[in-house]
Design a protein around this ligand. Structure first.
Ligand code: NAP
Length: 253
């Protein structure tokens, strides 16, 4: 029956940056669908761990600063040694730096590109190697952005990094589909999390944005739970290399 295709019982999902925001929402959604969760965080993920354990699933707390790719292999080894296998990777950790393009610093460029694009690629590569070794395929979900489609303002490295996420999603799907690995992305619209705190605090920008969202509200972590479960499940086996906007209709305007 079709609803069984969404079932994730017995699967193991790695979610990066799941101590808060969209990562916490997606980790919780995956746990509710049946996954044990490996959280890779730089900050303490106590609230997320509590919520996952309350669903009856297990939570492995791994810590790493994902601004560097050092240590990725060790993280995958720890996840496999705890749970025996990995089935899903959600590359969620991401940062943003706001500064006029004319003054934008090299540090603000490198910091954002490292977490949002470089680590996302090498984390995917390490997990894809594990998927190929296991021989049962796997699912990778990257977190893109409206700025994978649009230019944005005052966020050049964020726009570059999230445009790269959409392109890399296609490239990895092309190369790894033959191993039954699906690589897709979710492009959240304007969501009420730490990432948009500065925007929401600016009355004028906040109103401009809200007025343009057909749904008439900022998105919430709950809004990405259904899409991530779909892309992690058998129900999406023939969806590959695609970026799904979860934006309350923003791109339709
Ligand atoms: P958030 O609350 O700022 O979450 C970002 C997550 O990434 C946090 O868990 C953060 O940890 C983690 N992270 C940042 N740098 C890290 C590092 N060096 N190593 C390990 N983890 C690191 O914002 P969010 O909105 O939930 O963002 C989640 C993803 O959605 C990001 O990729 C973001 O770009 C994307 N996104 C957000 C929106 C939006 O409107 N909110 C829209 C489109 C895309 P700390 O909490 O410790 O900093």
């Amino acid at each position: 029956m079709i609803l069984n295709a969404f079932e994730l019982t017995g699967k193991v999902a790695i979610v990066t940056g799941c101590n808060t925001g969209l990562g916490q929402g997606m980790a919780l959604g995956l746990a509710q669908a049946g996954c044990d969760i490996v959280g890779i965080n730089v900050s303490e993920p106590g609230e997320t761990a509590e919520k996952i354990i309350a669903t009856g699933r297990r939570f492995l707390d791994l810590r790493a600063d994902l601004s560097s790719i050092q240590g990725i292999t060790g993280l995958i080894e720890k996840a496999v040694s705890e749970f025996g296998h990995i089935d899903i990777l959600v590359n969620n950790a991401g940062i943003i730096r706001r500064e006029d393009a004319i003054e934008f610093s090299e540090k603000n460029w490198d910091d954002v590109m490292n977490v949002n694009s470089k680590t996302l690629f090498f984390m995917s590569q390490a997990v894809a190697k594990q998927f190929i070794k296991q021989g049962n395929g796997g699912k990778i979900i990257n977190i893109a952005s409206m700025l994978s489609y649009q230019g944005g303002i005052r966020v050049p490295s964020y726009t570059a990094s999230k445009s790269a996420v959409m392109g890399l999603t296609r490239l990895m799907a092309n190369e790894w589909a033959k191993h039954n690995v699906n690589v897709n992305a979710i492009a959240p619209g304007y969501m009420a999390t730490n990432n948009t705190e500065q925007l929401r605090a600016d009355g004028e920008r906040s109103k401009e944005i809200l007025d343009r969202i057909p749904a008439g509200r900022w998105g919430l972590p709950e809004d990405v739970m259904g899409p991530v479960v779909f892309l992690s499940s058998k129900a999406s086996d023939y969806v590959n290399g695609y970026t799904i906007a979860v934006d309350g209709g923003w791109l339709a305007r």
